[in-house]
Structures are given as C-alpha cells and as structure tokens.
Design a protein around this ligand. Structure first.
Ligand code: ADP
Length: 467
C-alpha cells in the first residue's frame, strides 16, 4: 500500500463525505426556505382575499341599506380617514353602466374590460398594463343586474415576497459557505482517527515495531473503538512475539548443557577401543537423548502455556474422578516407596478445564510428593470449593523445602540441592504453574524443612455439571 495511493483513497473518501454533508445541508436549507416561502405567499394571499371579501360584504350591506349615495359616502370617509387600506371598488349597473368607480392612483393602469362581470364571476384577475402587478377582484351580484366589485393589487404582496426571496438567496449563499466549511471540517475531524490508523500501520510496516500505538481520543464512537481494538491487537501480537522470542532463547539456552553432555559422551565412546565401554557410552547417549527429547517437549509446552498460544480444550471436569485417576496412576509408585496416599474431595466439585493438562499438573505434584517423601510418610490430596474458587491441595509429610529454595522451585530447570540425587529435569513445577496460570488459576507452596510441603492449586469455580 503506497502512501500516495492511500492519500488518494482518503482524499476521495473525504471529498465524498464533504459532498454528502454539503448536499444534505443545502437540501434541508432549501426545503425549509421553500416551505417558509410557500407558507408566507399563501398566507399573504389569504389575508388579501379576506380583506377584499370582508370589504365587499360590508359595502354590499351599505348599498342595500342606503343605495349608491350611502356606498359612495362610506368609501369617501374611509379613504379620507385612512382607516382601511386603499382598494379598488366598482359598482356596475344592469346595462354595464359604471355607477361607481374608485381605483387608487398609484396602482397603475388596468384594462377593466377584461374583468368578467356577470352574476357568477366571483373572483377575477387583471394584469396591469404598465407594470408587473395583478389586480385581484371579487364580484358580488346585488340583485337587479347590479354587481359590486372590490379588488386589490398584488403589488405590495409581490414586493414583500421578492424581498423575502432576496433574503432567502442570501441565506442559501451563507448556507453554501457554511456547508463547504462545515463539510471540510467535519470530514477532516471524522477521518483523523482513520488517518492515524493508516499512519500507524504504515509505520509498523516500515519499521516492524509492533509497540507503536494509534491515538485513542476517548470519543467512544465506532472509530475510537476500532483504534482501541487495533491497539489491543498490537499489544497481543507484541506479547506473542516477545513470548516466542523468549521461549526460543530459553529453549536454546536450556538445551545447551544436555547437548554438550551428549557430545562429551559421544566423544568418550569414540575415544575408547574397549567395546564394553563403547556400549556403555552408547547406552548413556541413548538415555541422555531421551532426556533431551522429553525436556524439549516439556519446555515447548511450558513456553506455549506461558505465552498464551496454548489451545485449551475446556470441558466440565469432575474433580473427584480426576483425583481418583491420578491416585490410581501413582498407586504402584507409592506402594514401592511405602508412602500412604489418601484423598478427600468435596462431592460434586466441577471445574471448567482442559482435562489432560489439569491431570498432568496434578500428576506432577503427586509425583514430587511421593518422590520427596521418605518411606512411612503420607501424601494427601484434598479438594474443596473456597469462595469463588475450586482449591486442590497436595500435602506430604516429606523432607520439606528449604527457605532459600522456595522462591526458585517454580523456575525452569531449577532443582533443590537435596534433590540432585533423585530423578528429574527440574521442569515439573514450571509446567504445573504454566498450565494452571493458562487456566486463569494460581499455584502456591507452603513448606518447612522436616514438616513436609503443601502445594495449592486455585482454579476459577465452575458450577457446570460434569459431562
Ligand atoms: P524436579 O522434581 O524434577 O527436580 P520440579 O520442578 O518438579 O523438578 O521441582 C523443583 C524442585 O522443587 C525439586 O528439585 C525439589 O527440590 C523441590 N520440590 C518440589 N516438590 C517438592 C516436594 N513435594 N517436597 C520437597 N521438595 C520439593
């Protein structure tokens, strides 16, 4: 992914977002402006019609009551007093003779012959000859062929609307400017986390450093969540890579000594011509290579569990059955060592665990307990629920562990001074701890020389029934 290409993609995306924002902003401004304009135009028209109609009714009543003079007087008084806005008034007799006529001088010239008369023409319109205005006229038959007409020019209304249109245009121009600026700002700020993400990926690709992180702005939106997840993924990758690197270093380091030993044995075999000694050396080589193989497998298992790459096949494991299996496995060894083994497990105890790995951990503790307990001693396995955990204890009445050994017994390849004579690789407890911690649990030891040791496994509780 070249940076120019990604720049172009982000620019295109930015432009698209800005265009969408601008379009939506303009469209909504247009709709609101158009609706306001339409509402204003129709309410102004309705108001003019109301004025015309009410005046028409009033003048008709005056005419009915006092005839033409009364009507003429009423019009004159109103025009002089300025009580009512000036209107067009015409009274047409039965023979098309105009009995009364009043048209404000400022309204311009209208060809009134275009006005349809007759008893049914309620609303009519005449366009001004000298300007862009319309005279709207309402006609009311008064009986006997006489009709009364009252009208009003649309000029003032048109002027108001045209002023409104100018304001609207100004508003739209402002909306366009705000829309462009807002769109650009919004796009820039929306795409900022994505640009950060792209830059981080680019940097990681260039340098191979997975400890780089994307800034998280704490806005709690989807993009922020993506950055958070991306950082979590980077942290996990870093842990895995570091873990694998460490594991490789450890294994390489741990294998150096046995491999050197193996080499020395092979050299010894080659250096002698005595076939008996050669056979002995070869048999030692075989034994040592078995140890190396077993060590390699265990070291890989420990590393896998410690780095979190181990796939645990979890199921509901019945602790009673598991303890019984392990005790069964060590029955002969315990008999041989003349160590009494007993178990006390609370009924119905179930943990969600990888059955084989949990069995292996328990077996390692059991193996040590029997191995480091002199004849006549006791080993006891107890399991119970304690608060939110299931606790399994392996207690022995053996030699105990000296205080200076205690902090180191879980280290890889560490063997207590007094244990050198016994078989072992010094990996048993490391494996126990790696497996138990991979399950989210803990393992602890309490021991004092001469009084025996107690190893305690604590696992998160599971109330599932055994499968
Ligand atoms: P290994 O048993 O192969 O030496 P482990 O990792 O299992 O290796 O144990 C590490 C050391 O811890 C042992 O060498 C021993 O000194 C001490 N240890 C472990 N379990 C016991 C125990 N039950 N009693 C006394 N010492 C123990």
């Amino acid at each position: 992914m070249s940076s120019r290409w990604s720049d172009r993609v982000s620019q295109a995306l930015g432009l698209r977002l800005a265009a969408w924002y601008l379009g939506t902003f303009l469209a909504s401004t247009l709709v609101i402006g158009g609706l306001t304009y339409g509402l204003l135009a129709s309410s102004l028209e309705a108001r003019d019609h109301d004025v015309i109609q009410s005046t028409l009714r009033e003048y008709a009543a005056r005419y009915q009551a006092g005839g033409l003079p009364a009507l003429a007087r009423a019009i004159e008084i109103e025009q002089r007093s300025g009580r009512r806005e000036p209107l067009f008034v015409r009274l047409v007799g039965p023979f098309e003779d105009v009995l009364l006529y009043s048209l404000p001088e400022t309204w311009g010239a209208f060809d009134l012959s275009e006005l349809a008369g007759g008893p049914n023409a309620i609303w009519g319109q005449v366009r001004a000859r000298d300007r862009n205005a319309i005279l709207e006229v309402a006609t009311l038959p008064l009986g006997g062929g006489t009709v009364l007409q009252v009208g009003k020019t649309s000029e003032s209304r048109d002027e108001l609307l045209s002023r409104f249109r100018r304001v609207l245009l100004l508003g739209l121009t402002a909306a366009l400017v705000i829309g462009i600026a807002g769109g650009l700002f919004l796009t820039r700020s929306t795409l900022k986390p994505l640009r950060d993400l792209r830059d981080a990926v680019q940097r990681i690709l260039n340098t191979g450093q997975t400890n780089d992180r994307v800034p998280v702005y704490g806005t709690d939106d989807a993009v922020d969540e993506l950055s958070d997840l991306f950082n979590a993924m980077l942290a996990r990758i870093t842990t895995l890579i570091d873990g694998m690197r460490n594991a490789l270093d450890h294994v390489a380091h741990d294998l150096r000594t046995p491999m050197t030993r193996l080499r020395v044995m092979a050299e010894t075999a080659l250096a002698t011509n005595d076939p008996v000694k050669q056979r002995e050396a070869l048999s030692d080589v075989l034994e040592e290579s078995d140890r190396v193989l077993s060590m390699l497998t265990t070291l890989m298992d420990i590393s896998e569990a410690e780095t979190g790459t181990m796939m645990l096949t979890r199921s509901a494991v019945d602790v009673t059955t598991l303890v019984a299996e392990v005790i069964d496995l060590y029955e002969d060894t315990a008999d041989e060592a003349r160590v009494a083994v007993s178990a006390s497990v609370a009924p119905g105890l179930v943990v969600s665990a990888d059955r084989d790995r949990l069995r292996q951990a328990l077996a390692n503790l059991m193996d040590n307990a029997i191995k480091y307990t002199p004849a006549g001693g006791r080993v006891e396995v107890a399991a119970a629920r304690e608060g939110a955990s299931v606790v399994i204890r392996v207690r022995d009445t053996g030699a105990g562990i000296p205080a200076h050994d205690l902090p180191r017994i879980f280290d890889r390849l560490y063997r207590g001074d007094q244990s050198r004579a016994t078989r072992g690789l010094g990996l048993g407890l490391s494996l126990v701890r790696a497996y138990i911690e991979a399950h989210g649990g803990t393992v602890e030891v309490e021991s004092a020389p001469g009084t025996g040791s107690t190893f305690t496994i604590r696992l998160p509780n599971s109330r599932e029934e055994p499968s």
